[in-house]
Ligand binder design. Sequence first.
Ligand SMILES: [Zn+2]
Length: 310
Amino acid sequence: MPELPEVETVRAGLAPAVTNAIVEAVDIFDARSLKRHHGGPKDFKQILVGSKILGSVRRGKFLWFPLHLADKSTFPLALVGHLGMSGQMLLRKAGEPEDKLTRVTLHLKTAKGKSVELRFIDQRIFGSLAIDELTETPDGKPGGYSAGIGKGKAWQNLIPIQAAHIQRDPLDEDFDEDLVLEKFKKKNSGIKRVLLDQQTLSGIGNIYADEALWRSKLHYDQPALTLSKAKAKELLVHVKEILSKAVEVGGTSFDEQYKNVNGESGYFAVSLNAYGMTGEPCQRCGRQIKRDSWMNRGSHFCPNCQKLKV
Ligand SMILES: [Zn+2]
């Protein structure tokens, strides 16, 4: 499943082509990919065609593209993309051979006048595209990360309603560490569960949670409120480091389905110490990494370095 670094790789890859591009046409091959768009396929098309894309923004695993509508109405809307389990957004030159499992194609004219296709590909159809209203952020700060594009523009401090319930992710300039530490102090559930709770902080999934816990020598079921402030801070430092490192190398090539906008996989897999390393020696102590079943998934950890402390 794409996690924050994979989604950030997509955002950054799309930004130069889509910023200030005009949507000239939209092909919908499978309306199931528009399940989160409430007006149906016709409405989706009608809003998009002729609109200008103003930027490429991300919070956690949500991507959005604020729109300047063709009818010049000032009502703030954005195209929102969620990759779900297997979604991809690929950029292709106009007319390139079709990619299998393309569900929706946006035909764009870039700011430089080039014709490109933004193809939304999704094998399992847990991902989606939708047009959503933008709403003000509760803290009045930017809705998400846009690498500086849109600084000072009205849309920067807005967030799609679909994404408004999730907290800022650790790579967000306005990430509030104290707020997250306070939340940890109130949670009796296991720290991994808390790390994955998008309403505590967003953007962390199974892979990067296992890696951050390994680095912090924390058991996945250690109740969050038992962490000392120093330990909790250390964990957040590791989370940030791991996410930044993974963004740098374009994410983790963990399955065939995740690709960047050019269709290539990332290289973070070589840096993994816990996730997917079942039976391999721990890089710290040599004990075999173990995998426990955990919430329909798995937790990978070192039984020696990451003991549950009571
Ligand atoms: Zn170990």
